[in-house]
Design a protein. Sequence first.
Length: 312
Amino acid sequence: MNVDLCGVSLSGPILNGSGTFDAIAARRAFGDALLERFPFDAFVSKTITREPRQGNPPPRLWEAPAGLINSIGLPNKGLDGFLAHDLPELAELPVPLVVSVMAYTPADLADLAGAVAERDEVAMVELNVSCPNVESGLVMGADPSETARAVEAVRPRADKPVIVKLTPNATDPAAVAAAAEGAGADAVSLLNTLKGMALDPRTREPWLGGGSGGLSGPAVRAVALEQVAAVSARVEIPVIGMGGIATGADAADFLAAGARVIAVGTESFRDPAAGQRIRRELSPLQGHRHPETGEPSGAATPEGANSTLRSA
Ligand code: RRO
């Protein structure tokens, strides 16, 4: 099941969604067994920022029907803390490392992405553009030209593949994907969480310390599948599909909709070994795929996958 993602060879098509699997804590809990049976074929770090951040006040999670609303607020050690403490541990993982970065201006994003991309331990950089550009007040990833500006700033600073993580909270995510591609992105990943809110049932005040949050899990799967299909139809660069994938059949659907590889997110909170299980369940559904293009070649239609999407 070898897959080429932007020139990086992966031993399969399963990634994690950024921020949904703490590999450093898992290594502490499970020891080297984690490395021997690592659930993903590439590992995506939690998003980092230039400066350390505390994150949002608690509560940070709300369990929704078939999903989760989070308002974590990007707690992280900042670039220096990440490079000193987390990167050496993440470099021990047996799969290529993708580091997710976020900043509040294109120039700061370029500085951060450049500092990360120059490290040998890092295979690819993912730009999390689900945040406002403080210069324009617009959420970078909600607007095609803002996204293009961010990617244009990063492109000359990173000699590694650059993935743009798309937000579903855009009028036309496929137009944002096309803008990212036009500005030099090597891949897009989608989707990040959908804006959501929950009220405390006793007070009717916002439950989450951050006020509102982002919805993920099976509740968003149909939305994600539609956006992955729309984006895949619009761009030539590889698409990393995610949003509520919980089974091999779900993964097969996203691949049939045009994703080159898929990512498991919220399901890993329920079952830390979900990535492995999904890989196992997907394998008999996949048939033979070309390792570089991801195209199926003459094999049977994967069960659970809507192959008409490919020819549509
Ligand atoms: O940290 C978060 O609260 C967070 C981030 Br940076 C993100 O990109 N998506 C999300 O659902 N939560």
